[in-house]
Design a binder for this molecule. Structure first.
Ligand SMILES: [Zn+2]
Length: 266
């Protein structure tokens, strides 16, 4: 691996595991509610899956993603490079665009049966905490990585934009999945622009009409603009998970890796 790629992979790991430690300690000190299944067992499964994915994705997708971002900036390729604007504006617009595209991709993961086969691995977690944020099937992450390379090329996002986007993405995902008890006033203010845990908890409900809402990751404005925002749900009665998957012993690492290739589940 080239030194620059190695350094960026290292930086990503630092942000990701730093956020993991921060939110894990916070949610252990001040949990939103008691876990309904063993937290230690879920952590083991989710962290193992995260480690496997990190190794695989770093080896396969880090180099092409970093190379394309450097190449579009050097050759002034992509929509944002056709216009002259200050760097801060270019970076902000690239991050906004990538977040909106992620919203669309997330919506498609719920609406298209083939993508749902992979995305249900994420939703099958029986409780939500910081480790849920990175519980994904490598199949979903691989398709997403290929699409992202195309989007970086299209919009002309440079390396700084991609690093800022990826860092914001992992930290906001960890916060909104965490079981951290957040003061109501903070949730209410944060909800105006971003995605607090209560908003994302609705998205992880077993009730399908609740699950198919609140797709935003960094910003909640896309849900507001496109009518997929759902707020008024009694948080106390939300059951996390996917209907047919209720037994922890059938949700081990092996089950999660095979899940996309098993029976159809709504
Ligand atoms: Zn989802």
């Amino acid at each position: 691996m080239e030194p620059v790629i190695k350094n960026i992979v290292l930086l990503r790991g630092l942000v990701s595991w730093g956020g993991f430690a921060l939110f894990l300690i916070s949610e252990l000190i001040s949990p939103y509610r008691k876990p309904s299944v063993s937290k230690a067992a879920r952590l083991m499964t989710n962290v193992s899956l995260t480690l496997l994915n990190s190794i695989f994705l770093s080896l396969v997708f880090a180099a092409p993603t970093i190379s394309i971002a450097s190449w579009v900036a050097a050759n002034r390729v992509g929509v944002l490079n056709m216009l002259s604007m200050p760097l801060w504006l270019k970076v902000s617009l690239a991050v906004l665009f990538l977040d909106f595209m992620l919203y669309i991709w997330h919506l498609l993961n719920h609406e298209m049966p083939l993508f749902w086969r992979f995305h249900r691995v994420h939703h099958s977690d029986l409780n939500m905490d910081v480790s849920t944020a990175t519980r994904f099937h490598a199949g979903e992450l691989s398709i997403s990585a290929v699409i992202k390379i195309g989007l970086i090329y299209f919009i002309g996002a440079d390396l700084v934009s991609v690093i800022i986007f990826e860092s914001l993405l992992v930290l906001t995902a960890q916060f909104q999945h965490s079981s951290l008890r957040v003061p109501a006033w903070f949730e209410n203010v944060f909800w105006l622009l971003f995605v607090p845990p209560s908003m994302h908890r609705i998205h992880h409900s077993v009730v399908i009409s609740e699950r198919d809402t609140n797709y935003g990751t960094i910003l909640s404005i896309w849900d507001r603009m496109l009518g997929t925002l759902l707020k008024d749900v009694d948080q106390e009665r939300i059951i996390i998970g996917v209907g047919p998957y209720r037994e922890p012993q059938k949700l081990t690492l092996r089950h999660l890796l095979l899940m996309p290739f098993t029976r159809t589940i709504k």
